[in-house]
Ligand binder design. Structure first.
Ligand SMILES: *[C@@H]1O[C@H](CO)[C@@H](O)[C@H](O)[C@H]1NC(C)=O
Ligand SMILES: *[C@@H]1O[C@H](CO)[C@@H](O)[C@H](O)[C@H]1NC(C)=O
Ligand SMILES: *[C@@H]1O[C@H](CO)[C@@H](O)[C@H](O)[C@H]1NC(C)=O
Ligand SMILES: *[C@@H]1O[C@H](CO)[C@@H](O)[C@H](O)[C@H]1NC(C)=O
Ligand SMILES: *[C@@H]1O[C@H](CO)[C@@H](O)[C@H](O)[C@H]1NC(C)=O
Ligand SMILES: *[C@@H]1O[C@H](CO)[C@@H](O)[C@H](O)[C@H]1NC(C)=O
Ligand SMILES: [Cu+2]
Length: 411
């Protein structure tokens, strides 16, 4: 068994150093494009579309031209895949995606019992890997590329083991900042990723402990119990919790988060968190106001001490419940894949708006806020996703979505 340090987000960052400065971006390459975010959500939504279109033009134009991967040249316009907004999926498209996720949740695990006794399904192989590596893949130099590879290999498993032939989805946070209950991802219909949890009255607020920093107060949301409808009503989260923030301020942990602990999927949809941290304006700000990857990845995850949990934390915690409020166990919520599709899309937009400087930009080390200290992440750093899928792979293969193992763009 792996020695486990089960810590809350707060305890891990308690020794975090660093003062952060925002640099003035050099926007020469963004001619005619927004260079700052509009405070109006509809206007910012339009800005996001413009930034996306510009990124897509560049990405389409540079297919096959990347030069760092060993796989150079295997991605062409012919085998290019696209990733799409969940709202652009037809009902049959949505059902096909959902069906393949449910299929992975029924296939037997590959992870050996002695490695993760709770991993019962192929879906759990991904969950076990994320629990196991949480402290090496968040607030690290590998954060963006690791999750790019992780969701790509999940997509590969859907295709090769569950006959999925559709596109990979992303969740546009800003579109749901007016009410998550109406979201096509969370409305509880048969074409959603299931909806809210059963309503539990009088829930106290959640407090995210941030070590020496003031705790961040999160409202409790509109659900709290098990999801009551939709495709994942009977799905069981098999592992965790590892560091689950509970209403009232406690954190729930288990002695071995990889042990078998089947329980319902709980949610407590919290629109207020999307409004605060992941609205259209904050998404456009993230893209336009950060000119190096350190600032970008820190703003995305929330700069410790700033009071922000970023679009990344905003999306995760807005699902609420269990495992949505547990950084380690978050892939146990099947909407994880839509959320991280959007995370990858935002990185892809940011990269393509200044490919020359940003495609291979890496900053950070191999440990959560460099605690304990570890070497800088570089293009040569090798990551792996354990028994989930794929094999060990160098960061250099993961920087472009049309190079290395990848061949996709966002539309
Ligand atoms: C880029 O390629 C995608 C996929 O082939 C296509 O759907 C899209 O229209 C293209 N967009 C631009 C701006 O070239
Ligand atoms: C967790 O990581 C360690 C070290 O890389 C590895 O030996 C172990 O098999 C991993 N466990 C899981 C569940 O992937
Ligand atoms: C949703 O699926 C359930 C279970 O398969 C079924 O009973 C129900 O009629 C479906 N509802 C709609 C609106 O399709
Ligand atoms: C928090 O945990 C403590 C100790 O286990 C317990 O006494 C208390 O009731 C818990 N508080 C809440 C709000 O669950
Ligand atoms: C949108 O998000 C930003 C955080 O990035 C926040 O400062 C702002 O208040 C939010 N907008 C609204 C209208 O809530
Ligand atoms: C690691 O990265 C930091 C920040 O970019 C840099 O100051 C430092 O010199 C690097 N360390 C090594 C050993 O390259
Ligand atoms: Cu993660």
């Amino acid at each position: 068994m792996v020695a486990f340090k089960v810590l809350t987000l707060g305890l891990i960052v308690s020794q975090a150093y660093a003062t952060f400065t925002l640099q003035k971006p050099s926007n020469a390459h963004l001619q005619g494009l927004p260079t700052s975010a509009s405070p109006s959500w509809p206007a910012a939504s339009h800005q996001l579309d413009l930034l996306h279109e510009a990124a897509l033009r560049v990405a389409n134009h540079t297919i096959g031209q990347d030069s760092v991967s060993h796989n150079r040249g295997t991605c062409t316009a012919k085998n290019l895949r696209v990733r799409r907004d969940w709202r652009a999926f037809s009902a049959p498209d949505k059902k096909a995606f959902i069906k393949s996720v449910r299929c992975l949740q029924q296939l037997p695990a590959r992870t050996p019992k002695h490695v993760a006794p709770g991993a019962r399904t192929r879906y759990d192989d991904f969950l076990a890997t994320h629990i196991n590596q949480t402290q090496q893949i968040h607030y690290t130099g590998t954060f963006l590329a690791w999750h790019r590879y992780f969701i790509f290999e999940f997509e590969q498993a859907l295709r090769s083991e569950c006959h999925y032939t559709g596109d990979y989805p992303y969740w546009v946070w800003g579109a749901d900042a007016g009410g998550m209950e109406k979201s096509e991802v969370f409305d509880g219909s048969n074409t959603s990723m299931s909806g809210n949890g059963a309503y539990i009255p009088n829930q106290k607020h959640v407090k995210l402990l941030l070590g020496k920093y003031a705790p961040i107060d999160l409202p409790p949301g509109t659900g709290g119990g098990c999801v009551t409808s939709g495709p994942f009503k009977d799905y069981k989260v098999n592992m965790g919790p590892a560091a689950l923030s509970l209403p009232g301020g406690n954190v729930s942990t288990s002695k071995n988060p990889l042990a078998y602990n089947p329980r319902c999927l709980k949610r407590s949809l919290t629109t207020e968190l999307l409004q605060r941290y992941a609205n259209y304006t904050s998404t456009v700000r993230l893209i336009t106001e950060n000119d190096n990857v350190w600032n970008f990845e820190m703003a995305m995850q929330g700069i410790p001490g700033s009071g922000s949990i970023g679009v990344h934390g905003g999306g995760h915690y807005s699902m609420g419940g269990d495992p949505g409020r547990d950084v380690y166990t978050s892939p146990g919520d099947p909407a994880f894949w839509h959320h991280h599709g959007m995370i990858d899309r935002v990185w892809w937009i940011w990269q393509n708006l200044d490919r020359k400087h940003r495609l291979h930009d890496i900053s950070g080390t191999g440990t959560f806020m460099n605690n304990p200290p570890s070497p800088n992440t570089t293009l040569d750093t090798v990551i792996d996703i354990g028994h989930a899928n794929g094999g060990p792979i160098a960061m250099r293969e993961l920087m472009s979505t049309t190079d290395g193992p990848f061949c996709y763009v966002y539309i």
